[in-house]
Design a protein around this ligand. Structure first.
Ligand code: GAR
Length: 201
């Protein structure tokens, strides 16, 4: 880590396997970044446990009373937490909430996400089931910038995963997750060390 090491905050709602891949890449020295905060909208999310195991700062953020909406108050509190942590860039790793202002305005161009399909195919929820239902031969995962329109920001990296005969969500999901874990750290290293991902103030 040096004075120029990017300070990243990681947002996640689930098991945290992508976060573990990112943390392991940092520990191995293949990703030059430091995790300044891990935030989850689920108090019992695996990602928080993984952060705790690594002694990294982590916090549960109450998303508000409506399970299908990320409350305005929560968006404001998230922006405050990330400001306080002096995050340079925000890494979504299985964060299942839609970000809006002030997050998208304050960190415009500095929020990155991984999505389990070859975007622009199968945006939104349950992209893996969408791919299976479509009966296509190849799906995969995409690293992209987060903008107002869901799963529509600039595509930074993709990895293909062929569907196999008889695939189900249970058999396909682990192969996509493995492709994500291989792709996200290297895509992050490239993006974080290119102009544009950091606060240029
Ligand atoms: C990953 O497959 C990620 O692509 C997906 O959630 C999973 C999180 O797994 N994200 C989305 O679907 C976002 N639209 P993880 O918690 O084990 O990293």
């Amino acid at each position: 880590m040096s004075a120029t090491t990017p300070r990243i905050a990681v947002l996640g709602s689930g098991a945290g396997s992508n976060f573990v891949a990112v943390a392991n890449a940092i520990a191995a020295g293949t990703l030059d970044a430091t995790v300044v905060l891990v935030v989850s909208d689920y108090s019992n999310a695996g990602i928080l446990k993984h952060a705790a195991d690594r002694d990294l700062p982590h916090v549960f953020l109450d998303p508000g009373p409506n399970p299908n909406r990320f409350a305005d108050e929560a968006q404001i509190e998230l922006a405050r937490l990330l400001r306080e942590a002096r995050a340079d860039a925000i890494v979504c790793a299985g964060f299942m909430r839609v970000l809006k202002a002030p997050m998208l305005t304050e960190w415009a161009g500095r929020i990155i996400n991984i999505h389990p399909s070859l975007l622009p195919q199968f945006r939104g929820r349950d992209a893996i089931s969408q791919a299976l239902a479509a009966g296509i031969p190849v799906t995969g995962c995409t690293v992209h910038l987060v903008t107002e329109e869901i799963d529509s920001g600039e595509i930074l990296a993709q990895s293909e995963v062929p569907l196999l005969a008889g695939d189900t969500k249970e058999t396909l999901t682990p192969r996509i997750n493995a492709a994500e874990r291989a792709l996200y750290p290297s895509a992050l290293q490239k993006w974080l060390h290119s102009p544009g991902s950091r606060n240029s103030e």
